[in-house]
Design a protein around this ligand. Structure first.
Ligand code: 13P
Length: 267
């Protein structure tokens, strides 16, 4: 993930980080990335693992990344426990997120430092979170919290590669278009070693994506849009027709975002 973020920083664009739940998602994301020659990140959040066990979906994500003709990073999203983070690293994930956003900042930093030290043994990158993205990755309740600048600067010192910041964004569907706190990004832009990450990409407008990218966002996460597209593509009882239409539906969502993020043709 490190090299993808570095290229995005140099070029002033963002890498799409797309959440997957099954083989159709993986294939849809890869098809889109190869068609548009875009580097991408395949990710899965710890909260989703009861449905898609890491021991099964992890090797599939890694195999897809290795077979791809474009650069693909494989990322654990919202890692909450050290055991899950360690499992992802043992499998060969190229990056992990250490989500300590529910902890006081000192404890969040302590946990993140522990993960940075562990990940360095695997030469894997680490993403942390400061402030809080609203709602859980699975849509569960949880309030958004705007990141404090001081906490961002302190977290940057832990040796992380990427930093998710709360700027009024939330996972899942927005009831109304969120008022993103661009002022926070304006103050952080160019002052952190870590690349900025935007969670809660589903439902944001092209203009909002363009603004956050111009203010330094280098990784943008999309999940709900992918899962809804796949669910909507499944009709009738022909499983193989549903598989084919799911892959195409996911691919269309991913292509739309690759174009919005400016990552087309960067592979
Ligand atoms: P959405 O479900 O809102 O697209 O958010 C994705 C995300 O941030 C995953 O961590």
């Amino acid at each position: 993930m490190r090299s993808l973020l570095k290229d995005a920083k140099t070029g002033g664009w963002a890498v799409g980080s797309f959440s997957v739940a099954n083989m159709e998602c993986v294939r849809g994301v890869l098809n889109a990335a190869e068609e548009l020659r875009a580097p991408i990140i395949l990710q899965i959040a710890e909260v989703r693992l009861p449905h898609s066990p890491l021991s099964l979906i992890g090797p599939m994500m890694l195999a897809a990344a290795k077979q791809a003709s474009v650069p693909v990073a494989v990322h654990l999203d919202h890692g909450k426990t050290l055991s899950c983070i360690r499992e992802a690293l043992d499998l060969g994930f190229t990056s992990v997120m250490c989500d300590g956003s529910e902890l006081p900042i000192d404890e969040n930093m302590k946990l993140t430092e522990e993960v940075v030290s562990l990940a360095s043994k695997y030469d894997a990158a680490v993403e942390a979170e400061v402030g809080r993205v609203g709602r859980g990755e699975d849509g569960s309740e949880g309030s958004a919290q705007i990141a404090s600048l001081d906490d961002c600067f302190r977290m940057d010192e832990t040796g992380i590669d990427a930093l998710a910041v709360g700027i009024g964004n939330a996972h899942g569907l927005y009831a109304a278009s969120p008022q993103l706190r661009y002022d926070v990004l304006e103050r952080l832009n160019g002052r952190l070693r870590a690349a900025l990450v935007l969670h809660g990409g589903t439902g944001l407008t092209g203009e909002q994506f363009q603004t956050v990218i111009s203010l330094g966002m280098r990784k943008i996460n999309i999940a709900t849009d992918i899962f809804m597209a796949q669910a909507g593509a499944c009709q009738g009882s022909d499983i193989f027709r549903n598989i084919a239409s799911s892959v195409d539906a996911v691919s269309n969502v991913v292509k739309r975002h690759i174009k919005l993020f400016g990552s087309e043709g960067r592979a």
